[in-house]
Design a protein around this ligand. Sequence first.
Ligand SMILES: [Zn+2]
Length: 218
Amino acid sequence: MEKHVVVIFPHPDDEAFGAAGTIARFREQGIPVTYLCGTLGEMGRNMGNPTFATRESLPEIRKEELIAACQVLDIDLEMLGYRDKTIEFEDRQQIAEHLLGYLNKLKPSLVITYYPGYAVHPDHDAFGAAAVSAVSQMDQADRPELWALAIKKGKEADLGEPDLQFDITATFTQKFEAIIAHKSQASGILGGINQGPGSLDQIVRDKLSHEAFYKWVF
Ligand SMILES: [Zn+2]
């Protein structure tokens, strides 16, 4: 059983779409989970549907949504204060050291982050790379396991099938509530998923009731 799980992603809502079912499962087992969230997603294109955010109000709105989503999932939250859409230009080692500070304090048995190069968005790839670097810099004796989330289409051709594949139907409700907590983003992203026949609820269920990770080999 895990001791403490640390989730490291750059944007509010990354945790909800990518790992919330798995996170909820850990919480049901009483395992503490901390989300280290890189930015406030303040450069996001979605402004709510119908629109209720502006470029000026978006950072505060997304911060409130992030806090609400973490309450739904019953996890601790640390906001790291990076600027959205610029993480790839930050000093990688500096971010890794920042993350290391948290990891040394929290002493997780497991870290979940994006698989660098297979995470589609430059922020995702850069933050995932910094997280992998941070964990790799820990002493082998203290080093947590690392699960990497790859979302790039066709990733299996390079990486093979994910090592861990979870049916998260049992915690789907928590996951869906966490997604919906990100009000300014949810309808835009769910609308993008909702292409093709069938009800939105069923499509969302089909698409999101499965979470998969690669075990990182150091
Ligand atoms: Zn993201």
